[in-house]
Design a protein around this ligand. Structure first.
Ligand code: HXC
Length: 519
């Protein structure tokens, strides 16, 4: 073959590879409202930045006539590119090739790109759209999955790993996304489950639709498997790009600092009156978050799951910060199993990737009752405490209103390595709320009173006495457990000052193989 012919042949092969499973299957993909793997990568990365690897890899299977059906690149597109100019490794399963099902060579391609990400110290984004293990390949496909899982595990806490679910993700295939830091699902087109509806029906008799079993609503709202739910792939890609902007490239780097025009000493007078006089009335903690962060921009993680606690990323003076905040607007901001797990996972992510943590506290306590006890609130609460207590990143805690009992300790108190613990004058820091405390302390006296009116007035008097003494931040401040009581409208400035001071913080945990967090 002449040299010019060789070049032409290369160009033809590249064109062939770019057609994946062929025009008909691409059309079918589009007809389902889904993009192809290459279109998805183009959407995710900076324009023209994608460098593809392993375009000429094909499968090596000789079962079921597969030797006669080969597609260049097999069922996954891999490579690297940039997001806002920063390098990212990426893979996108190609549903047009054997339904994106995982072959031995596909696994090798994914592992290669993950290894490169580890070498370069850059994030990996995986786009999942696959029928699971390639059935014709048998155990080599299972082994391929396990190779990927092992890499997910070793990369955890070293480079950020993000999974987009833009189609089916079933069987053991769900475990790679589950091992990554963030999972994002599209409404309507994506689903995740260990066993599909048909198997569920035959094994347990339960009749359930694919959406009700493993759709985005289920995983974003009920199971917490998915951190983000988006209405379409465009929104998903933009969200992942945004998420990456808050993260460092790896665990040895700091998150990028953005230019900001939001003044560090911006006061917000409305904060001085945001807390209702009646301590039983709710308010929206997100109003406080939006008021204090740069340009009111807050990227909420796990928005639909355990809404009694809020977690997400924002910036203070251009610096990335992870925020954890109780939400009095939902279940009074109580800590339950789900909220504890959600916040613990977020604290550990921030700590692994050098992202300072701001905790805003308004928590009436742990949710009481057999339901929570049977579900293991002790262990789940301990997870959050462990995560805070182990974290070495700068930590600022602002007690906005309630901070009662065990929940006070768990929510980044001074003794669990809170660096600067401030309180608003509206804070109530105590062992428990007034009515519970009076019932315990005064139960015998109250029972002796037979006249109902007299009883009510006695209780009211004791409650008011208790509130006077404990429903404030001054007792905690007198012990130095609270470093300062701050004017609410000045919160942003005090936070920025405190994080500035903490820039050189160094705390090292004792040497060990790893800790044994109560999982
Ligand atoms: C080989 C597969 C495949 C698979 C789909 N295809 N899944 N090929 N292995 N696992 C092929 C189909 O034959 C078809 O080929 C093309 O992909 C598109 O599939 P359709 O069924 O036409 O698409 P759709 O109607 O959209 O349905 C998608 C689907 C369905 C729901 C994902 O394909 C499906 O149920 N697949 C099997 C899922 C499964 O049970 N996987 C194994 C799970 S066990 P043509 O040539 O017609 O285009 C597992 C273990 C992993 O994954 C363990 C790891 C630890």
């Amino acid at each position: 073959m002449e040299n010019q012919q060789k070049v032409k042949s290369l160009i033809d092969l590249r064109l062939e590879a770019k057609m994946g499973g062929g025009e008909k299957r691409i059309a079918s993909q589009h007809s389902k409202g889904k993009y192809t793997a290459r279109e998805r990568i183009d959407m995710m990365l900076d324009e023209g930045s994608f460098e593809e690897l392993d375009m000429f890899v094909t499968h090596r299977c000789y079962n079921f006539g597969l030797e006669n059906e080969k597609y260049l690149g097999d069922g996954v597109i891999t490579g690297h590119g940039t997001v806002d100019g920063r390098i990212v490794c990426i893979f996108a399963q190609d549903f047009t090739v054997f339904g994106g099902s995982l072959s031995e060579t596909m696994a090798l391609k994914i592992c290669k790109v993950m290894d490169i990400a580890m070498k370069l110290g850059c994030p990996v984004v995986g786009i999942n759209d696959s029928g699971g293990a390639r059935i014709q390949e048998g155990v080599t496909s299972l082994a391929g999955y396990a190779e990927i899982f092992e890499r997910n595990i070793l990369a955890s806490g070293v480079i950020p790993q993000i999974s987009a679910i833009f189609g089916p993700c079933a069987g053991g295939a769900v475990y790679s996304p589950a091992l990554t830091d963030f999972v994002l699902m599209t409404e309507d087109n994506s689903y995740m489950f260990v066993t599909g509806p048909k198997v569920v029906r035959s094994v347990t008799g339960e009749d359930i639709s694919i959406e009700d079993l493993g759709g985005a609503d289920v995983h974003a709202g009920k199971s917490g498997v998915s951190h983000f739910k988006v209405s379409n792939e465009e929104e998903g890609s933009m969200l992942i790009r945004k998420l990456l902007s808050y993260l460092p490239q790896n665990n040895l780097e700091e998150a990028p600092v953005s230019d900001t025009t939001d003044p560090i000493d911006r006061l917000d007078d409305s904060l001085n009156s945001i807390i209702p006089d009646n301590p039983n009335l709710p308010y929206n903690m997100k109003d406080i978050i939006h008021s204090i962060v740069d340009h009111a921009e807050f990227l909420e993680v796990h928005r639909h799951y355990a809404r009694n606690i809020i977690v997400g990323f924002a910036r203070f003076n251009g610096n990335s910060v992870g925020i954890i905040a109780n939400q009095p607007n939902f279940l009074a901001g109580v800590l339950d199993c789900d909220a504890s797990r959600k916040a613990a996972r977020f604290v550990r992510f921030c700590d692994a990737f050098n992202i300072p943590i701001l905790t805003l506290v308004d928590v009436p306590g742990f949710l009481p009752g057999s339901g929570q006890e049977y579900a293991g609130i002790i262990i789940h609460g301990a997870k959050l405490m462990f995560a805070y207590g182990e974290a070495t990143v700068p930590k600022i805690t602002i007690t906005i209103r309630k901070s009662y009992g065990g929940a006070h300790d768990v929510m980044s108190c001074k003794q669990l390595r809170g660096d600067f613990n401030y309180a608003w004058p509206t804070a109530e820091i105590a062992v428990m709320g007034a009515s519970g405390a009076i019932e315990v302390l005064e139960g015998r006296n109250i029972n002796k009173i037979t006249d109902e009116a007299e009883k009510t007035s006695y209780i009211a008097e004791k409650v008011s006495e208790y509130n006077e003494k404990f429903a404030n931040p001054y007792q905690a401040a007198s012990y130095g457990y609270i470093d300062d009581i701050i004017e609410p409208r000045n919160t942003r400035f005090r936070i920025i000052r405190a994080f500035e001071a903490l820039q050189t913080k160094k705390v090292v945990n004792p040497m060990k193989k790893h800790s044994n967090i109560p999982l």
